[in-house]
Design a protein around this ligand. Structure first.
Ligand code: ZN
Length: 90
């Protein structure tokens, strides 16, 4: 019985430790997306918005959207400049 209680105590502490690390980790690296983009911000009549944790990830989503929704196989330099200006950093 004592052995079982000891075991439970250890397990409880382990859980607490894990929880503590979890909370600390979340505070250090927020889950909230850091970059966002709205298609209407570059003058498009379009309700598309995208969010991502990195600019690269966001650009990938925008490229995909431009290709599938706006039939842009390549984003030209002028549009790219508009997109970069429209990207919001949280
Ligand atoms: Zn769009």
């Amino acid at each position: 019985m004592l052995k079982f209680l000891n075991c439970f105590w250890l397990w409880f502490h382990f859980l607490n430790l894990r929880l503590g690390i979890g909370i600390g980790g979340r505070m250090a690296r927020p889950k909230k997306a850091a970059y966002s983009f709205a298609c209407k911000d570059i003058g498009m009549d379009c309700g598309f918005t995208a969010t991502a944790n990195t600019e690269e990830e966001l650009m990938a989503k925008i490229r995909e959207h431009a290709r599938t929704a706006h039939n842009m196989q390549n984003i030209d330099d002028a549009t790219m400049a508009k997109i970069k200006a429209a990207i919001k950093k949280a």
